[in-house]
Ligand binder design. Structure first.
Ligand code: PEP
Ligand code: MG
Length: 601
């Protein structure tokens, strides 16, 4: 590999060749001044005016984001609006003005500094990903207070299309990038789940992030090749290297056409095994893209969006209408609605919740629902009502005990009877299935299968709980692998238990959308996969490129490995015989929980 290659993480697919433009932006220097006590009131109102001004500005950017990229991406800017309403940030700055007589800009800068060091010191990937959002707000407020020009555009985007090279990009800077002027984005910092990455992907601009040493090795005007699939930047390419990059780009574009064309067809392996590929829906807005991408129904509809960030629980009518709309959208294919997976940091504002030392092992999901039947009942009733019109199923998250399934079934039966008595149109019953996402559920999958209508493996949590590795801790990312032999053995056993009981079993964790992992799952005998809508075409395509027999051989070999690394090497080698893995979309590997939480801010 030539020294001119810099490796990072591909966050938005595509290959671009062009001149680099190094963009430097930063927080403006703030003079160290204090004010006289008589000026406190004036300084406080200056700060409030600046915050109100920036708030209005961010709201306008939010509208622009909605127009350019869609409602999901627009939500990225909610995080900034929340910061501007935050009592600790703005109220804290006000206190510094009142108590320490700092100027408004100095007080705001100090509070942001405090937040930044807190967020950076915690091993929390989501918080670290949010640092550029904080910078966005900081720069805007400080610029306004210091009387500097609004920084809404990268100063002077050149006339010729360029590759933007930066240490880091904030969401609002990224939003201004236009495909006609910006060929690609390359950043030293940033991850797959940072807002800049999500926006670049939505804008269709190839992007690579996490490129260490980029700014030392690339200067403005240098020719570069950015490969958003491979996650690399090549500086000063030779003519042959440019030609090779262009060929790769062409091959990949052809593949895109194939993916779109094949998406609406039923998926089957090359040796004729039918595989259903369903959609995971986080938000109702994803419904249309799931239908367009040929989803064979919905394998997991998350319902937390109905309660997180709201101050009241959703009504039964509101839910019934929504579930019916989703249920009727897939031409008779199953739609699986997961009951509230609340807990940890995801509680409705109206809920009184105890502080817990270990929220991920705490009062969560089905535990909360069964302890608070008044909150759970409207959801069950809404599902029953929608099931009168569409093939809807109910799925319980975080199951560890048989009693949880039995108690849920009793509630379903009771509510079905009550609906009938009241003459409300509703199904008399609804299939009740479980998520297998704890080692306990995996180990007693045979017993759970006796009381459940179907099983769906949530590999995101199953991996986390089996390996005792927090799925959102960036420091532990390399230890978080569903290819660990413990997880693979559980996956094998779950499928066998479900098959023995004659129950359908699917996988709805992110593993199903990662090509290598999907190949292992096919080899282990899984025939129903559920993936985020952007991954649907690629997953269907992948299924058609491989044979079930070869996948089974590969899975057998994978199960014999001692480590996750060895297992990954085996599957990588085996799958490379059928597909060029370097051409697949990096977003397909975007963990949706992280994406979702990042969209929520
Ligand atoms: C899982 O745990 O794999 C899963 C699909 O659920 P969530 O990501 O919502 O926890
Ligand atoms: Mg889960």
């Amino acid at each position: 590999m030539p020294h001119r290659v810099i490796r990072g993480v591909g966050v938005s697919p595509g290959i671009a060749v062009g001149p680099a433009l190094v963009v430097r932006w930063g927080v403006p220097p703030v003079p160290e001044r204090t004010i006289a006590s008589g000026d406190v009131a004036g300084e406080l109102s200056r700060l409030r005016e600046a915050v109100a001004h920036v708030r209005e500005r961010v709201e306008r950017i939010r509208v622009r984001a909605e127009e350019r990229t869609g409602p999901e991406e627009a939500r990225i800017f909610d995080a900034q609006l929340l910061m501007l309403d935050d009592q600790d940030l703005v109220g804290g700055a006000e206190r510094l003005i009142r108590d320490n007589h700092f100027t408004a800009e100095r007080a705001f800068e100090l509070k942001v500094l405090e937040w930044r060091s807190l967020w950076s010191s915690q091993g929390n990937a989501v918080l670290r990903d949010r640092l550029p959002d904080l910078a966005d707000v900081e720069v805007r407020v400080l610029n306004h207070l210091l009387g500097l020009p609004e920084r809404d555009v990268v100063d002077a985007l050149p006339e010729v299309p360029t590759v933007i090279v930066a240490r880091d990009l904030t969401p609002s800077l990224t939003l201004q990038m236009d495909r006609s002027a910006v060929l690609a984005i390359a950043c030293e910092q940033g991850t797959r789940t940072s807002h800049a990455a999500i926006l670049a992907h939505s804008l269709g601009i190839p992007a690579v992030m996490g490129l260490q040493g980029l700014l030392e090795r690339v200067a403005s005007g240098d020719q570069v090749v950015v490969d958003g699939w491979a996650g690399s930047v090549l500086s000063r390419p030779t003519a042959a290297e440019i030609a090779a990059a262009e060929t790769r780009n062409r091959v990949r574009r052809q593949l895109d056409v194939e993916l779109v064309a094949g998406a609406t067809r039923a998926a089957a392996t090359s040796d004729g095994e039918a595989v259903r590929v369903r959609a995971n829906l986080d938000l109702p807005e994803e419904l249309e893209s799931a239908c367009r991408s040929g989803a064979d129904g919905v394998g997991l509809m998350r319902t937390e969006f109905l309660i997180v960030g709201r101050n009241r629980m959703p009504s039964e009518d509101e839910q019934a209408a929504l579930y019916r709309r989703v249920g009727e959208a897939f031409g008779g294919n199953d739609v699986i609605i997961r009951t509230y997976d609340i807990g940890g940091d995801k509680f409705p504002a109206s809920f009184r919740t105890p502080t817990e030392a270990n929220p991920f092992l705490g009062w969560r999901a089905i535990r909360v629902c069964l302890d608070e039947p008044e909150a759970f009942r409207p959801q069950i009733r809404a599902i029953l009502r929608a099931a009168a019109h569409a093939p809807i199923k109910l799925m319980i998250p975080l199951v560890t005990r048989i009693e949880e399934v039995e108690a849920t079934r009793e509630l379903v039966e009771k509510e079905a009877r009550a609906l009938k008595r009241s003459g409300i149109e509703a199904a008399t019953d609804v299939p009740v299935g479980i998520m297998v996402e704890t080692p306990a559920a995996a180990i007693i999958a045979d017993r759970l299968a006796e009381v459940s209508d179907f099983l769906s493996v949530g590999t995101n949590d199953l991996t986390q709980y089996t390996l005792a590795v927090d799925r959102s801790n960036a420091r532990l990312a390399s230890r978080y692998s569903p290819h660990h032999p413990a997880v693979l053995r559980l996956l094998r056993d779950i499928r066998e238990s479900a098959a023995a009981a004659g129950r359908e079993v699917s996988v709805c964790g992110e593993m199903a959308s990662e090509p290598e992992s999907a190949y292992i799952l096919l080899g282990l005998g899984y025939r129903v996969l559920s993936v985020a809508p952007p991954s649907l075409p690629q997953t269907k395509w992948l299924v058609g490129r491989v044979s079930a027999r070869a996948a089974a051989d590969c899975a057998r070999e994978v199960l014999q490995q001692r480590t996750a690394k060895e297992a990954t090497e085996v599957v990588h080698r085996a799958l490379s015989e059928h597909v060029d893995l370097g051409l697949l979309d990096p977003a397909a590997r975007l963990p949706s929980r992280r994406r979702r939480s990042s969209l929520r801010g």
